[in-house]
Design a binder for this molecule. Structure first.
Ligand code: GLN
Length: 289
């Protein structure tokens, strides 16, 4: 690959990157500044303080331009740096995992509020992705036993690496929750899931960046069966949860009432549909009788 080394004052380079992002990506100034800090930290291992102190750095203009083009095209910075932050933790992410969302941090918060005083619980997260949920919980509530399930070996590799880097113990299990002969993790006190919940016909309303870069398998469900994964987990819960055990789900805002009806249909009690900070139905909590 051709190289084109230049030396620059870090602050000037930061300004140049910001201008490019404002002009070509149409980022607002705040977003452009943040993206430029993350990119420079990733490429040159230089933090914000060193940038503001106008340290001089040697950089490769051609390589920088290729990273900028990726951002301009809409690739999330988290996939470029392969890093995301969740509940105060640093996690690795790649094309096999969703980038953890703030709503999912709210789910973790909700679970901690509800069960934080108990311990020695057996907790399973189904469709764990980057492992963000059980890793954050294990950090906060270490005296429980955690299981994390995912269909994809590539995704589980990322989650395992994240658990190791964050120094928590989780048992990882590769399986498809929709399969008939499901491995029975028994007994469980809590089942958590943020499964694919966006219907294919909602694609038109979605941010292009999400559709272009994040894994479809983690996002989409057929229009005819929006509750497919939830129903399967409700049944799994009837089989594996202790009496008084919990389901905690992140849900599609359009299906709050359908979710409540489904959970009541399977005889769950104290069913609650809760809103996220944006005021949308986003979480379901239920207890096995
Ligand atoms: N909340 C995610 C989004 O809006 C979707 C997560 C999911 O399907 N579980 O992109």
């Amino acid at each position: 690959m051709k190289t084109s080394f230049s030396v620059s004052n870090a602050k000037k380079l930061h300004e140049k990157i910001v201008n490019t992002l404002v002009e070509e990506k149409k980022s607002d100034l705040q977003e452009a500044k943040l993206l430029a800090y993350y990119l420079m930290e990733f490429l040159y291992e230089i933090d914000k303080t060193a940038i503001l102190l106008e340290k001089s750095i040697e950089y490769d203009e051609l390589s920088l331009q290729s990273y900028l083009q990726r951002l301009i095209k809409g690739e999330p910075i988290q996939y470029i740096t392969q890093k995301a932050y969740f509940y105060g933790l640093e996690l690795s992410v790649n094309e096999h995992t969703l980038i953890p969302r703030p709503e999912t941090e709210e789910l973790v918060e909700l679970i901690i509020q509800r069960i934080g005083k108990k311990n020695l619980l057996r907790i399973a997260d189904i469709g764990t992705g980057s492992g963000c949920i059980p890793i954050a919980l294990a950090k906060q509530l270490p005296d429980n036993q955690y299981f994390a399930v995912d269909i994809s070996p590539n995704t589980l590799a990322v989650a395992k690496d994240n658990a190791k880097k964050n120094d928590v113990r989780i048992s990882f299990i590769q399986q498809d929750i929709l399969t008939k002969n499901l491995l029975r993790i028994f007994p469980l006190h809590i089942i958590i899931s943020n499964p694919p919940y966006i219907c294919v016909n909602e694609k038109t309303t979605m941010n292009k960046t999400v559709m272009d870069y994040e894994p479809d398998i983690a996002l989409f469900v057929a229009n005819e069966t929006p509750l497919l994964f939830y129903e399967k987990m409700a049944l799994y819960g009837l089989d594996t949860l202790v009496s008084g055990g919990y389901l905690f789900f992140e849900i599609n805002q359009l299906y709050g009432e359908a979710m409540r009806a489904m959970l009541l249909h399977y005889n769950y009690i104290e069913v609650e549909i809760l809103k996220d900070l944006s005021g949308n139905d986003r979480f379901a909590v239920a207890i096995k009788p």
